[in-house]
Design a protein around this ligand. Structure first.
Ligand SMILES: *Cc1c(COP(=O)(O)O)cnc(C)c1O
Length: 223
């Protein structure tokens, strides 16, 4: 498994405007360092404890992306350094992120995770939930949060048609929310869609960020 060859191969298939997030969950710090030494700076993790350990042990100019479900009581562990939280799925979570951002004297960038997949197991907001959240009076008070776009995970399926529908759907939600709530905010511009198996489809549906794990680091082994 040649991680650098994989990285270069993936990069050559991405337009330069796309942010590649190397998803390093379950992988050793030595693998991350290899990719880092190749000039890559954006890495994604889905578990707070693992993310914090890697943050502490690795170079401080890495941009860490939280891509997994985030519990409110764990926000405090990542608030000082997290670069982008992809998985915001409630007003209560936003409230806690804002509070922790204030404590750390910073603004934390976030994406709303939209549920587009058919699987029950996948987290996220519906379009209606998101509209309700953005319309809440309290949302206006979150001065230490910047919502810079949306994240979605497609159904795990070999049927490209389903994935196409789901990515088309999140793009339509993205444009609707942008026009309704962020028309004067040029920072609402990120669409984090696309994993190893489906990122080429995501590119057709206006992905700005892709989150790739196994086609850079190899298959994951869970214990
Ligand atoms: C694990 C994970 C990825 C990367 O998955 P691959 O199929 O290995 O590319 C992307 N996004 C999220 C939210 C993940 O949990």
């Amino acid at each position: 498994m040649d991680i650098i060859a994989n990285l270069q191969h993936v990069k050559s298939s991405l337009p330069s405007r796309i942010t590649l997030i190397a998803v390093s969950k379950t992988k050793p710090e030595s693998d991350i360092l290899l990719v880092y030494k190749n000039g890559h700076r954006d890495f994604g993790e889905n578990k707070v404890q693992e993310l914090v350990r890697k943050y502490e042990n690795l170079p401080k100019d890495i941009n860490w992306h939280m891509i997994g479900h985030l519990q409110k009581n764990k926000v405090k562990y990542i608030a000082s350094f997290i670069s982008l939280i992809h998985s915001v799925d409630s007003l209560d979570l936003l409230k806690v992120i804002n509070k922790e951002a204030i404590k750390n004297n910073r603004v934390i960038n976030c994406l709303f995770q939209i549920k587009i997949a058919r699987e029950e197991s996948k987290y996220g907001l519906t379009k209606e939930d998101t509209i309700q959240l953005l319309s809440a009076d309290e949302f206006e008070t979150f001065k230490h949060i910047k919502i810079i776009g949306l994240m979605g995970m497609a159904t795990f399926t070999a049927d490209d048609k389903i994935i196409e529908q789901e990515y088309a759907h999140i793009y339509s939600i993205f444009t609707e929310l942008r026009d309704k709530f962020f028309i004067d905010k040029d920072y609402f511009k990120e669409l984090s869609i696309g994993m190893s198996g489906d990122y080429k489809i995501a590119l057709k549906y206006h992905a700005t960020m892709v989150r790739l794990g196994s086609n850079i680091f190899g298959e994951r082994i869970y214990n």
